[in-house]
Ligand binder design. Structure first.
Ligand code: SAH
Ligand code: SF4
Ligand code: F3S
Length: 438
């Protein structure tokens, strides 16, 4: 008797893709697929791709090239391309890569079972619709078992902001919020199945408007769920941080003291050219208000260096903003011109100049990360334990401020939230000791 069909999914890019990959695995799970850890072991390989920077998109093509010998050895192997490259390039992928059997965009993957049937009949389907029906209505219920005590929940998709450099409004479409009742129901199911922490996801998560009030109200409603211990959300846009959401950081205990609030640049001229629609001073005022609500909040951000027209003075303004805020950590990228975006029409900054700026910014951000970690030493924080540590006898989890924390012992504490005294800061994590229960 043949065993179950085997599926390997690789996720590129953001956490929304991680969530979508889980939902795709569940959809194909209902068709009899079980997931495996390698392409070699699979009957079907699905690449859930990212189009944000040129490198990310090109990686997909090199990975597809690497699947060629597998497909030659096993002509029954099916290969699908999903996600944002699928949305952006559609049928072009089939032309460039004859080994690809199907292409499915981020808004139509609930149709995967039908597409697989078409593949079985020899077709090479492409579906990059933004369908009128809601894909979430057509996906199977969440699975009986989760991978660990933390879960993602997509509450909002798409983006209407059209920053001059960004492909997301094109690959993910217009902003759509999922209704509050559905989200509360999905969250309850996740908690019943073992989730203790939920991270709310959206391309502009704080633009959520799927019920009365905004994201602050949704967070307060989620906080009523017994057994749910922690709530986080990502990624937010500064212009959508409303008063109630800021207040929630002060009065909702389950909302963690951690916020990713991308600013991209500290220069007003560049912010304007990027169409970010706020100034550096407005961002700093916002940060001050958030810190007034929750003084120990750890802030992170994204930065782009070498945006077209960025001068030395513009870059120094970014360095000054970073100094002024003091981040817990941050991502920084060299600007990548993306097809179809307004900024791609403009003359680029020379690569050496951009490289040098990136290097300087990253050095400053690393110093801030180290300082933020060292400031935790001696403090007592909550840690939700997620898995055994890398070293024998260790267990690992995330602190309230989202630092990875390792402690000795406590193997039976996976899924448990305990107070931990931080004893040491290591390069990308903290070490601590569980404090005796009161
Ligand atoms: N919605 C989020 C960002 C999603 S993309 C927001 O508005 O903040 C994640 C990050 O990728 C962005 O914050 C930006 O720093 C970076 N990014 C996006 N497009 C880019 C490009 N063309 N070149 C380099 N970095 C880019
Ligand atoms: Fe891209 Fe800007 Fe939308 Fe973020 S807000 S996804 S950077 S267009
Ligand atoms: Fe990439 Fe699409 Fe996410 S472009 S960052 S996978 S929304």
């Amino acid at each position: 008797m043949p065993g179950p069909k085997k599926l390997f999914i690789k996720s590129y890019g953001c956490q929304m893709n991680v969530y979508d990959s889980e939902r795709m695995a569940e959809t194909l799970g209902a068709e009899g697929y079980v997931t495996v850890d390698t392409a070699e072991a699979a009957d079907m390989v699905l690449l859930n791709t990212c189009h944000i920077r040129e490198k990310a998109a090109e990686k997909v093509y090199s990975d597809l090239g690497r699947l060629r010998p597998l497909k030659q050895a096993n002509p029954d192997l099916k290969i699908g391309v999903a996600g944002c490259v699928a949305q952006a390039e559609g049928a072009e992928i089939l032309r460039r890569m004859p080994l690809v059997d199907l292409v499915v965009g981020p808004q139509s993957y609930h149709r995967l079972p039908a597409m697989m049937q078409a593949v079985g009949q020899g077709a090479r389907p492409v579906d990059t619709d933004f369908p009128a029906e809601d894909k979430f209505d057509h996906l199977p219920d969440r699975p009986a078992r989760l991978g660990g005590p933390t879960a993602f929940l997509t509450v909002q998709e798409g983006c209407d902001k059209f920053c001059a450099f960004c492909v997301v409004p094109y690959t993910r479409g217009a902003e759509v919020s999922r209704p509050a009742e559905r989200l509360l129901a999905e969250a309850r199911t996740l908690v019943e199945k073992g989730a203790r922490e939920i991270t709310l996801l959206g391309q502009n998560v704080n633009a959520w408007h799927g019920g009365e009030g905004g994201l602050g109200r949704l967070i307060r409603d989620l906080a009523q769920i017994d057994g749910l211990l922690r709530i986080r959300y990502t990624t937010s846009h500064p212009n959508d941080m409303d008063d109630d959401l800021i207040a929630a950081h002060g009065d909702c205990d389950k909302l963690m003291p951690y916020l990713h609030l991308p600013v991209q640049s500290g220069s007003d001229r560049i912010l304007k050219a990027m169409a970010r629609k706020h100034t550096a001073a407005q961002y700093l005022t916002l940060i001050a208000r958030i810190r007034a609500a929750r003084p120990d909040i750890l802030l992170t951000s994204d930065f782009i260096v070498g945006f077209p027209g960025e001068t030395d003075a513009d870059f120094e303004a970014t360095m000054a903003l970073v100094e002024a805020v003091g981040y817990g950590t941050a991502f920084s990228f060299k600007y990548s011109a993306r097809p179809g975006t307004p900024a791609a029409e403009k003359a680029p900054v020379p690569a050496e100049v951009a490289d040098e700026r990136l290097h300087r910014l990253q050095a400053l951000l690393s110093r801030q990360q180290k300082a933020a970690q060292e400031a935790m030493v001696g403090r007592e924080v909550g840690v939700l334990f997620e898995k055994p540590g890398r070293m024998a006898g260790q267990i690992t989890g995330k602190s309230d401020h989202n630092h990875a924390v390792h402690v000795e012992g406590g193997q039976n504490l996976i899924g448990v939230l305990r107070r931990v005294r931080i004893t040491r800061s290591d390069p990308n994590s903290l070490a601590g000791e569980i404090t005796p229960a009161p």
